[in-house]
Ligand binder design. Structure first.
Ligand SMILES: O=P(O)(O)OC[C@H]1O[C@H](O[C@H]2O[C@H](CO)[C@@H](O)[C@H](O)[C@H]2O)[C@H](O)[C@@H](O)[C@@H]1O
Length: 271
């Protein structure tokens, strides 16, 4: 049963130590949702707390559906771990490493982007975010949203290249991705194994974060790690997303409060 995080801080004191890891999603988790994706940003306070935590903890990182350059532009911190395009891109020693399995799909994604742009140009509200390795079709400005989603799915089904890609639903969006690569759960698991992580917190708000929540539960149950997941709630967040996590906070501001609490070494201030 998911618990309100600020009633459960005692359970989380064990994470206030330098071997801990915090990985977070970006949109809706550490940055407020904006109707135009390119307007998303994090506050100076949020940036500061991520910076502080990155010098206290083993790792602090973001695992996002955004292109990694976009994530870098939003976060603007050198010391943290970046995993972009749902883990298809990673930043290592200042260089972007791309999962080589996607190379063959790059021109396919581009062609689908161009075709969709043409086919959806007379329908109002769609916003196409081209991310080289994937493509996001936002319909948050369409009305009704369910029809917009159907329109995109129907349009892709008429394209010959449509059969070669994977379509994944997110918060008022459909993502067109290569059929290779992993979900956020498998990406997180790989990261945990590669870095011998024993204590990890994952924070997210979207359907795509559920795999990460579930993976941490599974690995914790097998006693491989001590992992907790935190869902950032809002009226747009589907109930099952919140219920898949161990804890929830009510909004992005509470994510910040939680990160601040984690960075505070004085455990007596916890409650
Ligand atoms: O895994 P995430 O970091 O949460 O990435 C998921 C998608 O986030 C972005 O879209 C979401 O945020 C936008 C800005 O607030 C908002 O306009 C949109 O409705 C949300 O779905 C991003 O633009 C996508 O590329 C990511 O896949």
């Amino acid at each position: 049963m998911v618990k309100y995080l600020f009633n459960s801080l005692n359970d989380l004191k064990t994470f206030k130590e330098d071997q801990s890891v915090v990985i977070t999603d970006i949109d809706g988790t550490i940055s407020e949702i904006t109707s135009e994706p390119s307007h998303a940003k994090i506050t100076a306070d949020m940036r500061n707390i991520l910076f502080v935590l990155s010098s206290q903890f083993k790792f602090v990182g973001v695992l996002t559906g955004r292109d990694i350059n976009d994530a870098l532009n939003i976060i603007k911190l050198k010391k943290i771990v970046y995993m972009g395009n749902h883990g298809l891109q990673r930043l290592k020693n200042g260089k972007i490493i791309t999962d080589s399995r996607v190379n063959v799909y790059v021109p396919i994604i581009k062609e689908i982007y161009e075709e969709l742009t043409t086919k959806l140009k007379d329908s109002s509200g769609f916003n196409l975010e081209y991310k080289t390795l994937s493509l996001t079709v936002h319909y948050n400005e369409c009305y009704p949203k369910c029809c917009a989603k159907k329109e995109v799915l129907n349009t892709i089904s008429t394209m010959s290249l449509g059969k070669l890609v994977k379509i994944v639903e997110g918060r008022d969006l459909l993502e067109i991705r290569p059929p290779v690569g992993d979900d956020k759960g498998s990406v997180l698991q790989k990261f945990i194994t590669e870095n011998n992580i024993k204590k990890i917190i994952y924070i997210g708000d979207d359907i795509n974060d559920v795999c990460a929540f579930k993976k941490l539960k599974e690995l914790s149950k097998e006693q491989k790690i001590l992992g907790v997941s935190v869902a950032v709630n809002s009226k747009e967040v589907p109930k099952h997303v919140k219920e898949s996590a161990n804890f929830y906070v009510e909004n992005v501001q509470e994510t910040f409060e939680f990160l601040k609490w984690l960075s505070d070494k004085d455990v007596n201030k916890c409650n």
